[in-house]
Design a protein around this ligand. Structure first.
Ligand code: GLN
Length: 492
């Protein structure tokens, strides 16, 4: 079979169960595609063929003796921020270029226990700081829809591997949009779960009160399968919530779109810099949902202007604290011939952290320093509370809130946006993390340059099932999620 990569996750799982193909064949199929096509996409930091084939053989044994779980034998790729025992975990940084993790992240352990096959680890912005992949030590990943454009970030490789069919689905993380924005730029479905739904244990920390892992795939159904595997309480993550996990696959048709109240924030559609074509595609998708029975309700989210400044104080503050552990002593990069301990810390950190990471450490350290702490960090925390309250008030009147995922389609590689321009591109995604809410991106069409546009739906706490269900039903009525980039149509 030459077109195994065109199957949905459900079809792959069924094909494996009914022995139409083996996990080894399916895994080899993806490894061949990676070998042939990834030079042009630069999505994998590490490919693990032997490891993958061994896992595939183990899954094939379970499939043969009838003890395999739902997803046994299906391949996936992990963002290189999830620790993988015995396999390099770089976080896209020179700092961790030599880091072999001694243990698995809970997300990775859960995927293994489900019999999923790890194809490898995929590229990302350095320590997940960025929106393009250009801050990665391993160079920029290319957008499969147009190789001269970025795939978005920071889960850049996760998006690119799915869009180029170099993995059927992937894990990502979202601190301020890093699942939803690359999903939007690459025409995919990506879910950022409620803070605490997916364990952060073994997920390299950027900003701990904002970080959350989640699935990236072509469809809501594919995402639901991965959510069923990775969601749940974990005693090893003190911020993970002990709350029953939904069966996201079983619930795919459970939410009624008829009568669903979708809030349209006035402020969001008047943002300066919102591309006219993005706006038009998003409005068309809302029209489709309206035709399916949803009710569009104009709402106010008055704190919109505060999103970017609030996030860009809190996230760097937490990052400066989290990244202080990379001191050249315990693990990670160490400079050559240090003169003394201060020289060791200084040179190790300045030689191994890239410019964007250094910028965030500087901003964060400043915001946390005595004398400025109250004026910046404490103030930002208070504004964060107001942003959350704004959403909670809105959810008294609507079921979900609609927005673009990003104000534009994918930038050109090397566009050289200033940090401020880049940060403003996160306007639609940051508040969700500040409030700890779940949100999903769904592909809803293309601009005139054939670059994908995404719709974001933001839900109330623990509404992952509802978000997946709404998008699933939208995808039963439309075919944007089935469109493939030219490179995905090529055979190995
Ligand atoms: N683009 C945002 C940033 O650079 C979000 C990144 C993320 O979600 N990891 O911080």
């Amino acid at each position: 079979m030459t077109d195994l990569h065109r199957l949905s996750i459900r079809e792959m799982a069924e094909g494996l169960k009914s022995a139409q193909f083996s996990s080894r064949e399916l895994t080899q199929h993806y490894l061949d595609r990676i070998a042939k096509l990834d030079d042009r996409v630069n999505s994998y930091v590490t490919v693990t063929p032997e490891y993958a084939l061994a896992q595939a053989d183990a899954a094939d044994n379970l499939l043969k003796n009838g003890t395999a779980g739902t997803l046994a034998g299906v391949p996936l790729a992990h963002k290189d921020i999830f620790c993988t025992q015995g396999i390099k975990t770089s976080a896209g940084s020179k700092m961790l270029d030599n880091f072999i993790s001694p243990y698995d992240a809970t997300v990775v352990a859960k995927a293994k226990a489900a019999g999923l096959v790890t194809l490898g680890k995929v590229n990302m912005d350095e320590f997940a700081m960025g929106s393009t992949s250009e801050s990665s030590f391993y160079g920029a990943t290319k957008n499969p829809w147009n190789l001269e454009h970025v795939p978005g970030g920071s889960s850049s490789g996760s998006a690119a591997v799915v869009a180029a069919d170099l993995a059927p689905f992937a894990t990502g993380t979202d601190t301020g949009g890093s699942i939803r924005q690359p999903a939007s730029f690459c025409g995919l479905t990506g879910l950022k779960p409620t803070y605490g739904r997916v364990s952060r244990f073994g997920m390299i920390a950027f900003a701990s009160s904002l970080d959350q892992g989640g699935p990236m795939a072509r469809s809501a159904e594919d995402c639901a399968f991965l959510m069923n595997t990775i969601a749940g309480h974990d005693a090893k993550d003190s911020t993970s919530i002990n709350k029953e996990v939904d069966d996201y696959v079983a619930n795919l048709n459970a939410t009624a779109v008829k009568g669903l109240r979708i809030g349209i924030p006035k402020q969001y559609f008047n943002v300066q810099g919102l591309d006219a074509e993005v706006k038009a595609r998003v409005e068309e998708s809302l029209k489709t949902l309206e035709n399916m029975g949803a009710i569009l309700v104009e709402i106010d989210l008055n704190m919109t202007e505060a999103y970017v400044p609030t996030y860009y104080l809190i996230a760097p503050a937490e990052a400066s604290s989290n990244l202080s552990r990379y001191d050249g002593v315990r693990y990670g990069y160490r400079c050559e011939n240090p003169k003394d301990i201060l020289d060791l810390h200084k040179r190790s950190r300045s030689e191994a952290f890239g410019a964007e990471v250094q910028r965030r450490i500087l901003i964060g350290t400043y915001a946390l320093s005595a004398g400025y702490y109250d004026a910046y960090y404490v103030k930002a925390q208070k504004v964060r509370r107001l942003i959350q309250q704004d959403f909670l008030t809105a959810f008294e009147n609507v079921d979900v809130i609609a927005a673009p995922s990003a104000p534009t389609t994918a930038y050109k590689i090397g566009a050289n946006l200033s940090p401020t321009e880049m940060y403003l591109g996160d306007i639609y995604t940051l508040a969700v993390n500040l409030a700890g809410l779940p949100a999903i991106n769904a592909p809803v069409g293309f601009d005139k340059d054939s670059l994908p546009v995404g719709l974001q739906l933001i839900g109330n706490y623990w509404s992952e099932s509802q978000l997946l269900s709404i998008v699933h039903q939208y995808q039963q009525n439309t075919d944007w999620h089935t469109k493939r980039a030219a490179i995905a149509e090529e055979n190995a």
